[in-house]
Design a binder for this molecule. Structure first.
Ligand SMILES: [Fe+2]
Length: 339
Protein backbone atom coordinates (compact mmCIF):
# COMPACT_ATOMS: atom_id res chain seq x y z
CA UNK A 1 0.00 0.00 0.00
CA UNK A 2 2.68 2.53 1.04
CA UNK A 3 5.61 2.58 -1.39
CA UNK A 4 8.29 4.43 0.56
CA UNK A 5 9.17 7.26 2.90
CA UNK A 6 8.95 9.99 0.29
CA UNK A 7 9.69 13.25 2.09
CA UNK A 8 10.45 14.76 5.47
CA UNK A 9 9.23 18.10 6.74
CA UNK A 10 10.72 19.63 9.88
CA UNK A 11 9.42 22.45 12.05
CA UNK A 12 12.35 24.53 13.26
CA UNK A 13 13.15 28.07 14.29
CA UNK A 14 16.82 27.43 13.40
CA UNK A 15 16.62 28.17 9.71
CA UNK A 16 20.19 29.52 9.42
CA UNK A 17 21.66 26.50 11.23
CA UNK A 18 19.70 24.05 9.08
CA UNK A 19 20.74 25.85 5.92
CA UNK A 20 24.41 25.49 6.84
CA UNK A 21 24.21 21.96 8.27
CA UNK A 22 21.96 20.59 5.53
CA UNK A 23 24.26 21.77 2.78
CA UNK A 24 27.74 21.66 4.23
CA UNK A 25 27.50 18.59 6.43
CA UNK A 26 24.68 16.39 5.10
CA UNK A 27 25.44 17.31 1.49
CA UNK A 28 21.82 18.08 0.59
CA UNK A 29 21.20 20.56 -2.22
CA UNK A 30 19.61 23.77 -0.99
CA UNK A 31 17.21 24.75 -3.77
CA UNK A 32 15.07 27.40 -2.15
CA UNK A 33 15.39 29.63 0.85
CA UNK A 34 13.18 32.25 2.44
CA UNK A 35 13.34 33.76 5.94
CA UNK A 36 11.13 30.98 7.28
CA UNK A 37 11.60 28.02 4.94
CA UNK A 38 14.31 25.87 3.36
CA UNK A 39 13.86 23.34 0.58
CA UNK A 40 16.41 20.58 -0.03
CA UNK A 41 16.91 18.02 -2.77
CA UNK A 42 18.74 14.73 -2.36
CA UNK A 43 18.11 13.14 -5.76
CA UNK A 44 16.09 13.73 -8.94
CA UNK A 45 13.00 14.90 -7.05
CA UNK A 46 12.34 18.63 -6.68
CA UNK A 47 12.20 18.28 -2.91
CA UNK A 48 12.90 15.55 -0.37
CA UNK A 49 13.41 17.55 2.82
CA UNK A 50 12.11 20.92 3.95
CA UNK A 51 12.55 22.90 7.12
CA UNK A 52 9.92 25.46 8.07
CA UNK A 53 9.51 27.83 10.97
CA UNK A 54 5.83 27.35 11.73
CA UNK A 55 5.97 29.82 14.60
CA UNK A 56 4.71 27.27 17.11
CA UNK A 57 5.06 23.61 18.06
CA UNK A 58 8.04 21.65 19.33
CA UNK A 59 11.46 22.27 17.77
CA UNK A 60 12.27 19.58 15.22
CA UNK A 61 8.73 18.25 15.07
CA UNK A 62 8.55 16.14 11.90
CA UNK A 63 6.06 15.48 9.15
CA UNK A 64 6.70 12.08 7.63
CA UNK A 65 5.53 11.93 4.00
CA UNK A 66 4.63 8.45 2.79
CA UNK A 67 4.28 7.84 -0.94
CA UNK A 68 1.51 5.83 -2.56
CA UNK A 69 1.22 4.80 -6.21
CA UNK A 70 -1.55 7.05 -7.52
CA UNK A 71 -4.87 8.79 -6.88
CA UNK A 72 -6.73 5.48 -6.52
CA UNK A 73 -4.24 4.28 -3.88
CA UNK A 74 -4.60 7.57 -2.00
CA UNK A 75 -8.40 7.24 -2.05
CA UNK A 76 -8.16 3.65 -0.84
CA UNK A 77 -5.89 4.74 2.00
CA UNK A 78 -8.34 7.50 2.93
CA UNK A 79 -11.05 4.84 3.14
CA UNK A 80 -8.92 2.74 5.48
CA UNK A 81 -8.20 5.72 7.73
CA UNK A 82 -11.87 6.54 7.87
CA UNK A 83 -12.85 2.95 8.72
CA UNK A 84 -10.24 2.96 11.50
CA UNK A 85 -11.65 6.19 12.93
CA UNK A 86 -8.53 8.22 12.10
CA UNK A 87 -9.32 11.79 11.12
CA UNK A 88 -7.59 13.10 8.04
CA UNK A 89 -7.76 16.11 5.77
CA UNK A 90 -6.94 16.75 2.13
CA UNK A 91 -4.09 19.20 1.52
CA UNK A 92 -4.93 22.30 -0.51
CA UNK A 93 -3.46 22.86 -3.96
CA UNK A 94 -1.09 25.43 -2.44
CA UNK A 95 0.07 22.98 0.26
CA UNK A 96 0.64 20.26 -2.37
CA UNK A 97 2.63 22.75 -4.47
CA UNK A 98 4.83 23.51 -1.44
CA UNK A 99 5.47 19.78 -1.07
CA UNK A 100 6.09 19.37 -4.83
CA UNK A 101 3.51 16.58 -5.10
CA UNK A 102 0.32 16.02 -7.06
CA UNK A 103 -2.06 15.35 -4.19
CA UNK A 104 -1.84 14.55 -0.49
CA UNK A 105 -3.79 13.91 2.69
CA UNK A 106 -2.68 14.53 6.28
CA UNK A 107 -3.37 12.65 9.52
CA UNK A 108 -1.81 12.00 12.90
CA UNK A 109 -0.88 8.64 14.31
CA UNK A 110 -2.53 7.77 17.67
CA UNK A 111 0.50 9.21 19.50
CA UNK A 112 0.24 12.51 17.63
CA UNK A 113 3.04 12.23 15.06
CA UNK A 114 2.14 14.09 11.89
CA UNK A 115 1.92 11.92 8.79
CA UNK A 116 1.12 12.76 5.20
CA UNK A 117 0.35 10.48 2.29
CA UNK A 118 0.90 11.61 -1.28
CA UNK A 119 1.23 10.59 -4.90
CA UNK A 120 2.92 11.98 -8.01
CA UNK A 121 6.06 13.69 -6.71
CA UNK A 122 7.47 16.30 -9.08
CA UNK A 123 10.79 15.37 -10.68
CA UNK A 124 13.33 18.13 -11.38
CA UNK A 125 14.57 18.80 -14.88
CA UNK A 126 18.11 19.66 -13.76
CA UNK A 127 20.50 17.17 -12.12
CA UNK A 128 21.05 16.90 -8.35
CA UNK A 129 24.10 18.88 -7.22
CA UNK A 130 25.16 17.97 -3.67
CA UNK A 131 25.97 20.72 -1.20
CA UNK A 132 29.21 18.96 -0.26
CA UNK A 133 31.31 16.78 -2.55
CA UNK A 134 29.54 13.46 -1.82
CA UNK A 135 28.72 10.76 -4.35
CA UNK A 136 24.98 10.97 -3.57
CA UNK A 137 22.15 9.39 -1.62
CA UNK A 138 20.62 5.96 -2.04
CA UNK A 139 16.92 6.72 -2.45
CA UNK A 140 14.75 5.71 -5.46
CA UNK A 141 12.27 2.94 -4.59
CA UNK A 142 13.84 2.66 -1.12
CA UNK A 143 12.79 6.22 -0.27
CA UNK A 144 14.55 8.95 1.70
CA UNK A 145 15.91 6.55 4.33
CA UNK A 146 14.30 5.72 7.64
CA UNK A 147 12.67 7.57 10.50
CA UNK A 148 12.85 6.39 14.10
CA UNK A 149 10.23 7.96 16.35
CA UNK A 150 9.53 7.88 20.07
CA UNK A 151 6.21 6.63 21.41
CA UNK A 152 5.32 6.28 25.08
CA UNK A 153 3.63 2.89 24.53
CA UNK A 154 4.22 0.91 21.35
CA UNK A 155 0.94 -0.99 21.81
CA UNK A 156 -1.00 2.26 21.46
CA UNK A 157 0.17 2.77 17.87
CA UNK A 158 1.05 -0.73 16.69
CA UNK A 159 -2.43 -1.53 15.34
CA UNK A 160 -2.40 1.72 13.36
CA UNK A 161 0.95 1.16 11.67
CA UNK A 162 0.47 -2.56 11.03
CA UNK A 163 -3.24 -3.03 10.41
CA UNK A 164 -4.22 0.32 8.91
CA UNK A 165 -1.07 1.38 7.05
CA UNK A 166 0.35 -2.08 6.30
CA UNK A 167 3.83 -1.76 7.86
CA UNK A 168 5.42 -5.17 8.32
CA UNK A 169 7.62 -6.09 11.24
CA UNK A 170 11.29 -6.54 10.30
CA UNK A 171 12.59 -7.36 13.78
CA UNK A 172 12.48 -6.07 17.33
CA UNK A 173 14.52 -5.56 20.44
CA UNK A 174 13.01 -6.13 23.87
CA UNK A 175 15.85 -4.90 26.09
CA UNK A 176 17.37 -2.61 27.28
CA UNK A 177 15.06 -0.36 25.21
CA UNK A 178 12.00 -1.62 23.38
CA UNK A 179 12.34 -0.97 19.65
CA UNK A 180 10.34 -2.33 16.71
CA UNK A 181 11.54 -2.02 13.11
CA UNK A 182 9.14 -2.00 10.16
CA UNK A 183 9.44 -2.26 6.37
CA UNK A 184 7.19 -1.33 3.47
CA UNK A 185 9.65 -2.07 0.65
CA UNK A 186 13.07 -3.66 0.23
CA UNK A 187 14.71 -1.33 2.72
CA UNK A 188 15.12 -3.32 5.94
CA UNK A 189 13.25 -0.64 7.83
CA UNK A 190 11.67 2.63 6.80
CA UNK A 191 10.24 3.21 10.27
CA UNK A 192 11.11 2.19 13.81
CA UNK A 193 9.27 2.86 17.05
CA UNK A 194 11.25 3.41 20.24
CA UNK A 195 9.45 3.23 23.55
CA UNK A 196 10.26 6.29 25.67
CA UNK A 197 8.26 8.73 27.77
CA UNK A 198 8.21 11.37 25.04
CA UNK A 199 7.22 12.03 21.44
CA UNK A 200 9.09 13.19 18.38
CA UNK A 201 12.04 12.08 16.32
CA UNK A 202 14.87 9.95 17.64
CA UNK A 203 16.71 10.03 14.32
CA UNK A 204 16.46 10.14 10.57
CA UNK A 205 18.70 7.90 8.49
CA UNK A 206 20.17 8.94 5.15
CA UNK A 207 22.12 6.37 3.16
CA UNK A 208 25.08 7.37 1.05
CA UNK A 209 26.32 5.65 -2.10
CA UNK A 210 29.94 5.48 -0.98
CA UNK A 211 31.47 4.36 2.30
CA UNK A 212 33.95 7.22 1.98
CA UNK A 213 31.09 9.76 2.03
CA UNK A 214 30.34 8.49 5.52
CA UNK A 215 33.96 8.44 6.64
CA UNK A 216 34.58 11.97 5.40
CA UNK A 217 31.45 13.23 7.18
CA UNK A 218 32.73 11.49 10.32
CA UNK A 219 35.93 13.50 10.02
CA UNK A 220 33.89 16.72 9.84
CA UNK A 221 31.60 15.79 12.74
CA UNK A 222 34.33 14.62 15.11
CA UNK A 223 35.95 18.04 15.19
CA UNK A 224 32.93 19.58 16.92
CA UNK A 225 32.38 18.97 20.59
CA UNK A 226 29.04 17.22 21.24
CA UNK A 227 28.20 16.71 17.57
CA UNK A 228 28.44 12.91 17.58
CA UNK A 229 25.55 11.05 19.19
CA UNK A 230 26.75 7.56 18.26
CA UNK A 231 30.21 6.67 17.08
CA UNK A 232 30.95 4.82 13.84
CA UNK A 233 29.66 1.25 13.90
CA UNK A 234 27.69 -1.40 12.03
CA UNK A 235 24.15 -2.48 12.82
CA UNK A 236 23.15 -6.10 13.35
CA UNK A 237 19.79 -5.82 11.59
CA UNK A 238 20.17 -3.65 8.49
CA UNK A 239 23.98 -4.05 8.31
CA UNK A 240 24.35 -0.27 7.94
CA UNK A 241 27.81 1.16 8.61
CA UNK A 242 27.00 4.53 10.10
CA UNK A 243 27.43 7.15 12.76
CA UNK A 244 24.86 9.49 14.29
CA UNK A 245 25.26 13.26 14.45
CA UNK A 246 23.13 15.79 16.31
CA UNK A 247 21.61 18.38 14.00
CA UNK A 248 20.32 21.88 14.79
CA UNK A 249 17.07 20.52 16.24
CA UNK A 250 18.83 18.07 18.59
CA UNK A 251 17.46 14.91 17.05
CA UNK A 252 20.11 12.86 15.27
CA UNK A 253 20.79 12.07 11.65
CA UNK A 254 22.22 8.62 11.03
CA UNK A 255 24.63 8.92 8.14
CA UNK A 256 25.15 5.46 6.69
CA UNK A 257 26.35 3.22 3.93
CA UNK A 258 25.79 -0.36 2.83
CA UNK A 259 22.28 -1.10 4.11
CA UNK A 260 20.89 -4.48 3.20
CA UNK A 261 17.79 -4.98 1.09
CA UNK A 262 15.28 -7.67 1.98
CA UNK A 263 12.62 -9.62 0.11
CA UNK A 264 9.40 -8.56 1.88
CA UNK A 265 7.53 -11.61 0.51
CA UNK A 266 9.65 -14.12 2.40
CA UNK A 267 11.01 -12.04 5.29
CA UNK A 268 10.41 -13.46 8.75
CA UNK A 269 10.75 -11.19 11.76
CA UNK A 270 12.81 -12.16 14.76
CA UNK A 271 14.07 -10.79 18.05
CA UNK A 272 17.44 -9.07 18.11
CA UNK A 273 19.27 -10.78 20.93
CA UNK A 274 22.87 -9.74 20.26
CA UNK A 275 22.43 -5.99 20.66
CA UNK A 276 22.02 -3.48 17.87
CA UNK A 277 25.58 -3.38 16.54
CA UNK A 278 28.22 -5.81 15.31
CA UNK A 279 30.82 -3.29 16.43
CA UNK A 280 31.04 0.39 17.31
CA UNK A 281 28.01 2.69 17.77
CA UNK A 282 29.00 3.88 21.23
CA UNK A 283 26.02 5.74 22.65
CA UNK A 284 27.77 8.89 23.77
CA UNK A 285 25.01 10.02 26.16
CA UNK A 286 25.16 6.95 28.41
CA UNK A 287 26.58 7.27 31.89
CA UNK A 288 29.38 5.08 33.23
CA UNK A 289 27.41 1.99 34.29
CA UNK A 290 25.18 1.95 31.20
CA UNK A 291 28.17 2.61 28.96
CA UNK A 292 29.96 -0.43 30.44
CA UNK A 293 26.82 -2.52 29.94
CA UNK A 294 26.62 -1.49 26.27
CA UNK A 295 30.27 -2.43 25.74
CA UNK A 296 29.66 -5.80 27.41
CA UNK A 297 26.81 -6.58 24.98
CA UNK A 298 29.02 -5.68 22.02
CA UNK A 299 31.93 -7.70 23.31
CA UNK A 300 29.58 -10.69 23.44
CA UNK A 301 28.68 -10.13 19.77
CA UNK A 302 32.37 -10.21 18.91
CA UNK A 303 33.01 -13.28 21.00
CA UNK A 304 30.08 -15.03 19.27
CA UNK A 305 31.78 -14.34 15.92
CA UNK A 306 28.86 -12.26 14.70
CA UNK A 307 29.59 -10.85 11.25
CA UNK A 308 27.82 -10.11 7.99
CA UNK A 309 28.79 -9.80 4.36
CA UNK A 310 29.32 -6.27 3.08
CA UNK A 311 26.22 -5.14 1.18
CA UNK A 312 27.03 -3.38 -2.08
CA UNK A 313 25.23 -2.10 -5.16
CA UNK A 314 26.54 -2.40 -8.72
CA UNK A 315 29.30 0.14 -9.21
CA UNK A 316 30.31 0.94 -5.64
CA UNK A 317 32.67 -2.00 -5.23
CA UNK A 318 35.45 -3.73 -7.11
CA UNK A 319 36.32 -7.36 -6.65
CA UNK A 320 40.02 -7.85 -5.94
CA UNK A 321 42.04 -10.29 -7.94
CA UNK A 322 43.42 -13.43 -6.38
CA UNK A 323 41.97 -16.29 -4.43
CA UNK A 324 41.90 -17.35 -0.83
CA UNK A 325 41.01 -20.99 -0.32
CA UNK A 326 40.74 -20.45 3.45
CA UNK A 327 38.05 -17.83 3.00
CA UNK A 328 36.19 -20.02 0.52
CA UNK A 329 36.18 -22.82 3.06
CA UNK A 330 34.90 -20.52 5.84
CA UNK A 331 32.20 -19.14 3.58
CA UNK A 332 30.97 -22.54 2.38
CA UNK A 333 30.10 -23.45 5.96
CA UNK A 334 27.73 -20.49 6.40
CA UNK A 335 24.74 -18.87 4.73
CA UNK A 336 25.03 -15.99 2.32
CA UNK A 337 24.66 -13.14 4.84
CA UNK A 338 27.15 -14.33 7.44
CA UNK A 339 30.44 -16.14 7.05
FE1 LIG B 1 18.77 3.93 12.21
Amino acid sequence: MLKSLGYIGLNSTRIDDWSDWGENFLGLQLVDRTKSRLSFRMDDRKQRVWVEDEGEGPEGNPILGWEVADAAALDALGGRLESAGIRFGRLSAAECAKREVGDAIAARDPAGTRLEFFHTPIVASDPFVPGRRISGFRTGPLGVGHAVIYVSRIEDVLWFYQDVLGFRLSDYQARPTRIMFFHINQRHHSLALVEAPRNGLNHLMMELLSLDDVGQAYDIARVEEGRIGMSLGRHTNDFMTSFYAYGPSRFMVEYGWGGRTIDPDIWESSELTMGSSLWGHDLMWLDGRQFDEMRKIRRAAGEAGLRAAVQVIPGNFKISQGECPWFDRIRSRSDSETF
